[in-house]
Design a protein around this ligand. Structure first.
Ligand SMILES: Cc1ncc(COP(=O)(O)O)c(C=O)c1O
Length: 391
């Protein structure tokens, strides 16, 4: 038979899924995949149930139901400070992943360069590769993952079309500072670039940090697409609802493209998630407190065991350095070995560091732990880790 399309030939199962498979049958705890196992808020569930009972079952506008776009516009202005002018500058998508796909297919040509910060979220880089864009990497390093703007400028050529920002970040929990975002805004204007900014963890912040959206910085909005979604904030990764906010000329093309690919996000679920906006501030403060406790438990446990831990500034992951453990244990030669050792000795799933770097060797001393678990599950995981690795 003839070969499949070239663009799919390099696609392989991600390490993240591989660990999930390894853990099955071991009664293990998966701190690998970024799925929150807490319940979805009742108001959202009831909203979707009512929409299904009311037969809101037909295609919606390709950009989403108006009620939801209006709510997202209001939220983007109030929480993010983004100068959205009307609901045509907002679209609802199948997950923020759907929004990312629409954004890159709308902005980029085959062969365009996109600047990406390492460590990165693998889906971003893999999707860029599938569509034939070239990722150019700028390293950031623990503990603060500061952006080296000189390194960024050195990579910019006439082929450079866009820059990718992810704040708060996966896998390292970096929260971009306002000063960094101001510099980024200046840079994209100076070099006539677009920015795509993934802000799906915008409500998970620690130590009093604030979320700042690049699109809120003067001069940035006209060339920035902001992506976010409901998966993480409302524990509903499987509902597949996200959104994009940006200038109408770009959003309308992204909408036409999404229309061709999947027509619209599921209509009754859009009605359900519209109820998210009826939730009060308490929901967010309780979520923030709960994540603060989970971050503390995860990071102190790893430190006790001997990991070098750059505490995340936001999101719900920690990219921990296990190099110090090599003196005490075997099975930590590299990230793949370490990940297998944690499954073997403690029944704990993690993600090998190489998943977040262009060169495997750069990730060879890191494991990513996700602490978006019910507290008692996380406690159980931490007890297992201590039993396995403390005397
Ligand atoms: C940075 C980042 N963006 C996007 C997603 C996926 O979001 P969604 O479920 O809205 O597609 C994830 C999930 O882990 C993520 O970490």
């Amino acid at each position: 038979m003839k070969d499949l399309a070239t663009r799919t030939q390099a696609l392989v199962q991600s390490n993240i899924r591989a660990i999930t498979l390894l853990l099955e049958g071991k009664n293990g705890i998966n701190l690998g995949q970024g799925i929150c196992d807490m319940p979805t808020p009742d108001a959202i569930k009831r909203g979707a149930q009512n929409a299904i009972d009311s037969d809101f079952s037909i295609y919606s506008h390709y950009g989403g139901i108006l009620e939801l776009r209006q709510a997202l516009m209001d939220k983007s202005i109030a929480y993010n400070g983004i100068p959205v002018k009307n609901t045509d500058e907002v679209m609802v998508t199948v997950g923020s992943t759907g929004a990312f796909v629409a954004a890159i297919f709308t902005l980029l040509n085959h062969g365009d360069d996109v600047i990406v910060f390492e460590p990165y979220y693998g889906y971003h880089v893999n999707l860029l590769a599938v569509m034939g864009a070239e990722a150019k990497f700028v390293r950031t390093t623990a503990p603060n993952w500061e952006i080296d703007f000189e390194a960024v400028e050195k990579l910019i050529t006439p082929k450079t079309k866009a820059i990718l920002v992810n704040t708060p970040g996966n896998p390292n929990g970096k929260v971009w500072t306002k000063a960094e975002l101001v510099r980024m805004s200046e840079l994209i204007q100076k070099h006539d670039l677009y920015a795509i900014t993934d802000e799906i963890y915008e409500y998970m912040l620690y130590d009093g940090r604030e979320h700042v959206s690049l699109a809120s910085i003067p001069g940035a909005y006209d060339r920035t697409i902001t992506l976010s979604g409901f998966s993480k904030t409302y524990n509903m990764t499987g509902w597949r609802l996200g959104y994009a906010v940006g200038p109408e000329a770009i959003i309308s093309k992204m909408g036409l493209l999404s229309d061709l690919i999947y027509i619209c996000a599921p209509t009754p679920l859009q009605h359900g998630v519209a109820e998210a906006f009826s939730m009060n501030d308490e929901y967010f403060s309780e979520m923030a407190d709960a994540y603060e406790r989970k971050r503390h438990l995860m990071c102190t446990t790893l430190e006790e065991i001997g990991f070098n831990v750059p505490w995340p500034q936001g999101s719900y992951y920690v990219l921990a350095d296990f190099a110090p453990l090599r003196k005490r244990f075997s099975g930590f030669e590299d990230d793949m070995a370490a990940s297998a050792t944690l499954v073997d000795k403690a029944g704990i799933g993690t993600v090998a560091g190489r998943s977040f770097f262009n060169n495997d060797a750069d990730g060879s001393q890191f494991l990513r732990f996700c602490f978006a678990k019910e507290f008692h599950v996380l406690e159980d995981a931490c007890i297992r880790l201590k039993k396995a690795f403390l005397p």
